[in-house]
Design a protein. Structure first.
Length: 294
């Protein structure tokens, strides 16, 4: 078992940038890192480090809407018998970005501390070692796919988002899928302090995009007219809205996973519509996640 002693995020210096070019033989300065992450941890072997780096990426992707990815990392062991090692990764198209200013530092530290206690030590994503099907891991994979543009059309990215939401809010259901999905998302997001009507509208529009794209069709003129009116004629605006709904939903489900599996949580959402005690239970659960979204 390993544990982080501390982490530090900082802007790259000129020396860092020059060093990155040397490491990776990158000539295009657009691929230079926008932030340097330093982690100090104790580990029984060097093979554990990538898992903890994946957890760090998971946390930073969930903190805000950002296409956070590793460009390269250097492992510097304390032992004099081991040599430093450098690892590099293919560079993706980092579409979504966010800023961490001094006013957000305290919140990031709190978010990191809480999430690192609840997440698997290897985080979520395609590098996860878990063999069983995990709704949260699938949702995070879809979220990550949608975050990185990589020449994807916006309809495909929206489809990935909707598949992520479906993995969290639907459970072996074959009827009224769109209705159940948008009502459950609206219910949970409303309890988390977001506008439930806007959430319901966004899921409804995005589901129409997903259905058309999945069946190889163009969005119908009537639906496109509604989307254009609601999102300034830009599907990328709708994409960012539903991406954030998925990000927030993943955080909620990570918190809820300590008490509920997916099936019991979906049942709680359904029962909350007709049972006051279940409504109160869902509210308490949402309240425990709201401070991660402040």
């Amino acid at each position: 078992m390993t544990s982080f002693a501390e982490f530090e995020l900082r802007q790259p210096t000129r020396a860092d940038r020059e060093r990155e070019v040397h490491w990776t033989n990158i000539r295009d300065f657009d691929t230079q890192p926008s932030v340097i992450l330093t982690l100090q941890c104790q580990a029984s072997s060097s093979v554990e480090l990538p898992n903890h780096l994946q957890q760090a990426v998971t946390i930073l992707r969930l903190f805000d809407l950002g296409s956070v990815a590793l460009i390269c990392y250097e492992m510097i062991p304390e032992s004099l018998l081991e040599m430093p090692e450098v690892f590099t990764f293919p560079v993706s198209d980092f579409e979504e970005k966010y800023m961490i200013n001094p006013a957000r530092e305290e919140r990031l530290v709190y978010f990191w501390q809480r999430m690192s206690q609840m997440l698997p030590y290897e985080g979520y994503g395609y590098g996860s070692s878990k063999e069983e099907i995990s709704p949260i891991n699938i949702a995070f994979q879809r979220y990550s796919d949608a975050l990185v543009a990589d020449n994807q059309v916006v309809e495909r990215r929206i489809t990935n988002v909707m598949m992520g939401l479906e993995s969290l809010y639907l459970s072996n259901e074959s009827s009224e899928i769109s209705y159940r999905l948008r009502m459950r998302v609206a219910k949970v997001l409303g309890l988390l302090g977001k506008d439930p009507y806007k959430a319901k509208q966004a899921v409804n529009h995005a589901y129409s995009v997903r259905s058309s794209f999945s069946h190889g069709d163009n969005i119908s003129k009537d639906v496109r007219k509604e989307i254009d009116k609601a999102y300034d004629g830009n599907l990328n605006v709708l994409l960012k809205v539903v991406l954030d709904l998925l990000r927030i939903s993943i955080i909620f489900h990570v918190v809820a996973h300590e008490q509920f599996n997916k099936q019991s949580l979906v049942k709680l959402m359904e029962d909350a519509a007709i049972d006051d005690s279940k409504e109160a239970e869902l509210k308490r659960l949402a309240e425990s996640a709201r401070d991660l979204l402040a």
